[in-house]
Design a protein around this ligand. Structure first.
Ligand SMILES: [Zn+2]
Length: 139
């Protein structure tokens, strides 16, 4: 059977697959676990398939790759110089999907936490993690 996917779509699909259990996500999970939080992963029946779900706190966490989710003003969000329009369409669609998922989740009473991959760098991670805990405890 002929491969109908263009090279770009293929590599996009590949990165979608890789994006499960990516390092940043494991990092956050490990931290939550160490703090005694219990969670579920990739809950498919929730909008946007949140990466981490804490039913007890009625909270979902998305850990967003800065590139794929179009982190505005982030230095890791740089649209490639080739096939620029294709990439923009792709990423703008992700941004739109994210916004829709968040809206739906909010409507059903979920608290939503979005952690950007760039926030998990050494100099900001402590702050991000402590505000994460504070937010969870407040719910
Ligand atoms: Zn970022």
């Amino acid at each position: 059977m002929a491969d109908v996917h263009s090279k770009e779509i293929r590599s996009y699909n590949m990165s979608k697959i890789r994006s499960k259990d990516t390092k940043p996500e494991l990092y956050v999970r490990k931290f939550l676990h160490s703090q005694g939080f219990r969670y579920r992963l990739h809950v498919k029946d929730l909008p946007g398939k949140p990466d981490i779900v804490l039913p007890k706190y009625k909270t979902v966490i998305f850990i967003n790759g800065c590139f794929w989710h179009g982190h505005e003003g982030c230095r890791y969000y740089v649209i490639p110089k080739t096939r620029t329009e294709w990439w923009l369409n792709k990423i703008n669609r992700n941004i739109k999907n994210d916004a829709e998922s968040i809206l739906l989740l909010k409507e059903s009473g979920w608290n939503i936490i979005v952690i950007w991959e760039c926030e998990l760098k050494k100099n900001t991670v402590d702050f991000v993690f402590s505000s994460l805990i504070a937010t969870l405890r407040s719910h």
